[in-house]
Design a protein. Sequence first.
Length: 567
Amino acid sequence: MAKKINYDDWSKEELIKELRRIKETKYGLVWHRDLPEEKIDILINPDARTPNEMFPNEMAGKPFPVLKESKGKAIETDKSKPVNLLIEGDNYHSLAVLNFTHREAIDLIYIDPPYNTGHKDFSYNDKIVDIEDPFRHSKWLSFMEKRLKLAKTLLKLSGVIFVSIDDNEQAPLKMLCDEIFGPENFLSTIIWQHSVQPKGYTDKFSVHHNYILCYQKSSLFQLNALERTAEHNKNYSNPDNDPRGMWRSGDVRNALYRPNLIFEIKTPSGKVIKPPKKGWRWSKETIAEKIKTGEIIFSKDESKIVHKIYLENLEGRAAETIWFGKEVGTTREAAQELKDFFNGEATFDTPKPVRLVQQIIKLNKNHNAIVLDFFAGSGTTGQAVLEANKDDGGNRQFILCTNNEELDGNGDKIKHKICSDVCYPRLKKVIKGYKNIKGEDIAGLGGNLKYYTCDFVEAEPTDRNKRKLVSESTEMLCIKENAFELIQDENDFKIFKNSDKYLGIVFYEEAIDDFKKSIKKIKGHFNTYVFSLGDDPHEKQFADVKGRVTLCAIPEVILKVYREIFK
């Protein structure tokens, strides 16, 4: 157990501040949300005597993240398809970069974070958090809060996030998400049957489910209907050879008492059908019209009316809150899927089935959605996006973020580098094709992929560091503008293009004239980033091409985002 804190040496002001902190919402847990991750372990130190020792401030000058492309790992099969991104590094740093490149640009987020079971599945500040750690829940909530807040800023107003979790943290995670996304934006807790194998008798419950929390960014999100399967259509038939096809009978009763809808109906033979206690669903005139069109018929004995619901009129089905393993896959299926890529080797302990993530993706109506997974693990989400595109002709893009370490079962040594040895090879095989464990040729789904790693630039605001940040920001700017084709590569400036626009990066003010000479030879608009020690992109020097450029000062446009995150 954690030792008690000695408050004897605290000043009055320090004690008041501590009382205010304790009164804050902690969801029933000791949650030290204001501390940097690397400092929370100090709380367990019994020798801490002052607030400064217990709650030290973040160190000034913490490095800012940038991205560096591993060009040898780029995959391109079709220039007409979007470029998917795989980012290796701590996902907090990746999310910080994405807050510059993709703020309010993401349509759907799916994450499968560590469940904090206490069995070496969760690392905090490079240390395994075990079940005996008295601050286990506090560390996990702090870890998740930082990342979910950054994730929220990435979502479009019409965006949505899905978070997998189990009973260890489901309750506090629900309250945390209510605070971050707003309880009014909670959509559902989906129950996923992750296992269907029966277990022998024990004196404990046999757990066969996990949860998926779902939150919209705002009411602009529209939940998509899911596809119907043979199972959903099994109650439809056509016993009377209706030319409109298969149908099933629907309810004719009103759910609420409606005296104006209580009336008798006469059959063709003159029999009288009594109304339901609360009345019919429709008025007398509407029922007469439905009888005329054949939508309502009489039973053979003319004792009741039958309302036909036609299968052809149904567009999909409503998403439900219980997802069965036979419909979306199980953990056993997921493990086998992954082994198929690696000659039967179990390279990752907790993959999710492709069918599960694919169903989540299809709950968003946008077939051109940008899908983010910042706990990407083995890369299931990337495969699910490509499979979804194949199914419905979509043009979705994925962004996957994961670290490059995976501990073995004892949690004490590296077994696989999860990003470079598992996630990337899987995506490469899905895109280009491979032989499965049976030796069968599996065709590739096609697509494009770029692989990035997180690097760092010193944050101290010196002129030297600003120039360094600009020189290291090319990849980030290409990602932000979705322009990757380098068409002019000079020491002082670069020009990239995509299908409908150009990106210009000017590294020195002295190169502006040469840059302008180049763009005057090219038809099109240029989003142009110009080095400046302040926030002035040198607009006066671009006066003669004013209508052809949109200017931004760098690194200020990047620093503005990072100051907000790392304040």
